[in-house]
Design a protein around this ligand. Structure first.
Ligand code: F0G
Length: 459
């Protein structure tokens, strides 16, 4: 008999979960203004809101916490992290920050000015937020295939070179400080970017003198997909793939809460000393001195260890197979999900799930609320609410896709939890024709509204 796949770790510590009743959930979600961010964590049974900072640290990471050096300047923890980053990414200069958006804030303060244009593959919302906050514009150059959730394409995170070159030709090059390659591309469904595409984007950008910046939150998952999907990389190690990916970049921003499996942290990697020096000034202003920048020594230690664990093939295989397991359960039931499955999450195509709802009633948000009501599963809307209003016209921006993201925390839930989540969503699928009303907004913030928005049922 062929031996089945099994996880590459075992569990040493557990945390209790409580199941709630339907009537409790109805009360709680109404109280939360139908915004899943407003729920208390103990009102949630399986929490797939995000894979960010929600992973389980290993015994080795916890032991590294005890060895943290909390010196203000020149801590050994800083050097431990610096060495891990240099060894894994090849970036010789780095600045620690408290999380990914802080890395964006610092790097963009050094690089982006008003009316600049920043092309990329479906910029993440905080990235776009930091660009628009500076009165600059993010231009999405993702390949069109990414927007057809049923189309099988191995690298739906790829940038369309023709779209990118059109940006380089249309705008003065001194207004294009960088192109951002997000690996994996969260917004389009945790979809990877191929090595060939990274090479091509880098070569094109070099010709036009545009710097390449990686938004690297899920770089290791991207490397796993290159190894398992791209011809020629079958026998290349994850570490060698990662090194090659980053070799095409001038800088990287990292939310360490994802692929480095820590609960908090981030950093910026730089190729050149000059940009590092320029950004250091902003790091000191916004984050902290350059040898801790918003992180304690113990957290830098755990992060260094997490970078090594997060780039192990066995760990990545366990992780990505669990995501695919949930995806297969849903797909086999006929539920429309982004395919192929992403690295960190399954994205449910809400427009195809609830085609009867008008987009003004926030289709993906409606589905996310229904899933919570069904079984206490918390996903997140990646749709019109998250896409925010146009900064100039203040009209709703209707993105190509309305998705509910089921993001899976690393090393946290078992496959039985995945079965539970699938059963909840299948129950919603079976009663989808009875869902005839969505929601309307009652209050919202001027930027990044999805975190704090309040809604009520549409009349
Ligand atoms: N870039 C990407 C691709 C991200 O997915 C995130 C965060 C960030 C940058 C910002 O990092 O949260 O550490 O400040 N994504 C989380 C998510 C929040 O749920 O996908 P951060």
């Amino acid at each position: 008999m062929e031996l089945p796949f099994a996880e590459s770790y075992k569990i040493k510590m557990v945390e209790s979960l409580r199941r709630s009743s339907q009537s409790e959930r109805e009360h709680w979600i109404k109280e939360a203004g139908y915004n899943l961010f407003n729920l208390k964590s103990d009102q949630v049974f399986v929490d797939l809101l995000t894979d960010s900072g929600t992973g389980a640290m290993s015994d080795r990471q916890w032991s590294e916490m005890m060895l943290g050096d909390e010196s203000y300047a020149g801590a050994s923890s800083y050097y431990k992290l610096k060495n891990a980053i240099a060894e894994i990414t090849g970036f010789g200069y780095f600045l620690p920050t408290h999380q990914g958006r802080a890395a964006e804030n610092v790097l963009f303060s050094a690089m982006i000015s008003e009316s600049d244009v920043i092309p990329g593959n479906a910029h993440f919302d905080t990235t776009k937020g930091h660009i628009e906050f500076r009165k600059a514009t993010a231009i999405d150059c993702t390949i069109d295939e990414a927007f057809d959730t049923s189309l099988d394409h191995p690298f739906k995170g790829n940038l369309d070179l023709a779209k990118l070159e059109a940006v380089y030709q249309r705008y003065p090059l001194n207004r294009i400080p960088m192109v951002i390659i997000t690996v994996t591309c969260n917004t389009s469904g945790g979809q990877p970017v191929s090595m060939q595409n990274i090479r091509d984007v880098s070569a094109l950008s070099k010709r036009y003198g545009v710097k390449v910046v990686f938004d690297a939150a899920r770089f290791a998952e991207n490397a796993y997909f290159i190894k398992t999907r791209e011809a020629g990389f079958e026998s290349t190690s994850i570490l060698d793939i990662v090194k090659e990916m980053f070799s095409y970049g001038d800088a990287m921003t990292m939310s360490s809460k994802k692929d480095a499996i820590v609960n908090m942290g981030g950093f910026i990697g730089f190729r050149e000393e000059e940009l590092f020096r320029k950004a250091s000034v902003f790091n000191i202003m916004f984050e902290g001195f350059i040898t801790y920048g918003g992180m304690s020594g113990r957290d830098m230690n755990a992060l260094a260890q997490g970078l090594y664990e997060g780039t192990c093939f066995d760990y990545l295989e366990t992780r990505i197979k669990q995501v695919a397991y949930l995806g297969s359960l849903l797909r086999d039931a006929g539920i429309p999900v982004q395919y192929p499955f992403g690295g960190h999450a399954i994205f449910v195509d809400a427009k195809r799930f609830l085609p009867q709802l008008p987009r003004e009633q926030y289709v993906a948000q409606t589905l996310a609320v229904e899933l919570y009501l069904e079984g206490g599963v918390r996903g997140v809307e990646i749709g019109t609410i998250m896409a925010d209003r146009d900064p100039i016209t203040r009209e709703n921006r209707y993105p190509e896709l309305e998705m509910v993201r089921l993001a899976i925390p690393r090393r946290t839930y078992t496959d039985n939890h995945m079965k539970y989540v699938a059963a909840c969503l299948i129950n919603v699928w079976n009663r989808r024709h009875n869902i005839t009303k969505g929601y309307v907004i009652t209050s919202e913030a001027p930027i990044l509204r999805h975190f704090t928005v309040s809604l009520e049922k549409a009349k």
